[in-house]
Design a protein around this ligand. Structure first.
Ligand code: UDP
Ligand code: MG
Length: 317
């Protein structure tokens, strides 16, 4: 199999017929073995019935799986990637906002130009400003955080070398950070292609304003996991030592000062417990110990997790 097209679909019944026809119009003339995988992410609008009808008309090309409930876009992509057999895997949104006309060029960028991942850039994005403006800020922050010079991290249209897609451990809403995860897995050739973008024709968007809040929290999670996922003690222990030592110095200083005053003047001007520094020091010591505990717990959890030996082998001779 040369090419797999993976499409996550949640309540996209109205769009799918047009989308599949359009994909076939573009992909049939390429004359290469390809397949389409639609993942119905627990739709309740008849998406699955539409897929059953489409299967009859596009039998050898079209495949579909149906989730028991709405697990989210990351879960749908993950499942599509596991099913896909193509050397190149291309994802598209189901809502006709991404253009199947991009498929041939994306395919060539992977096969001929040797990219591991090509991410679509919706340069002229056809969405309301309530979405495009926060999205610019979001992309700016992610660029700063990750050091990857992409304009559009979270576009639904992307092309992957098979191994790259299959090694992605997507869950929750991690699909927003696919280029970062790909880079963190050790793949270097990450590219970008300006793509057409259309306004949503049918149905409505599945992500509201919360996307930005959740997106930012996920960015913290992802960058923590990428950096310290396999060595949590280095993160927590580092901060723990700092807090503990600062606390110890503060408390030690207060005690030494008291002993000195007792010795020299026979009395103290202020009791230790009447000084703000004492409470600061106390809190710092306690926080430091807590951080250490978190680090040890992290290491214990990691020891239980099969993930800790999840080493990606690129090639074998
Ligand atoms: N999607 C999904 N599961 C979800 C939410 C969305 O599979 O829980 C799919 C949706 O059907 C579409 C793609 O993800 O194919 C992008 O969703 P949407 O168009 O709503 O996002 P937007 O274009 O507004 O960013
Ligand atoms: Mg959309």
């Amino acid at each position: 199999m040369e090419l797999s097209i993976v499409i996550p679909a949640y309540n996209e019944a109205e769009s799918l017929t047009e989308l599949i026809q359009w994909i076939r119009r573009v992909t049939d003339p390429l004359n290469l073995p390809y397949e389409i995988w639609v993942v119905d992410d627990g739709s309740s609008d008849g998406t699955w019935e539409v897929l059953q009808t489409l299967k009859a008309a596009h039998a050898p090309y079209l495949h579909a799986v149906r989730f028991a409930q709405n697990y989210g876009k990351s879960a749908a992509l993950y499942t599509g990637f596991q099913k896909a057999k193509g050397k190149v895997i291309i994802t598209l949104d189901a809502d006709l906002q991404d253009s199947p006309d991009e498929i041939p060029a994306l395919y060539r960028m992977i096969v001929q130009e040797g990219y591991d991942l090509v991410s679509g850039w919706k340069k002229h994005r056809r969405d309301p400003p309530s979405k495009t403006i926060p999205s610019r800020i979001f992309n700016f922050v992610v660029r700063l955080f990750t050091g990857i010079p992409l304009h559009d991290f979270n576009s639904g249209i992307k092309a992957y070398r098979s191994l790259v897609a299959k090694s992605l451990d997507l869950y929750g809403e991690m699909h927003r950070y696919i280029p970062y995860l790909v880079k963190a897995s050790g793949f270097r050739r990450i590219g970008e292609k300006v793509v057409m973008h259309y306004p949503r024709k049918y149905g409505r968007t599945k992500f509201g304003w919360e996307r930005f809040l959740y997106g930012f929290l996920d960015l913290l999670t992802v960058s923590f996991l990428v950096r310290f996922g396999r060595r949590p003690m280095h993160f927590f222990g580092g901060m723990g030592i700092l807090a503990f030592v600062v606390g110890l110095i503060l408390v030690g200083w207060l005690v030494a000062d008291k002993l000195y005053q007792l010795r020299v003047y026979g009395a103290v001007r202020r009791e230790v417990v009447q000084q703000p520094l004492f409470y600061l020091g106390l809190v710092a010591v306690v926080v430091g110990v807590q951080l250490f505990l978190a680090g040890f717990l992290g290491e214990l959890l990691l020891r239980q997790s099969p993930q800790r030996h999840n080493y990606l082998i690129l090639e074998e001779l």
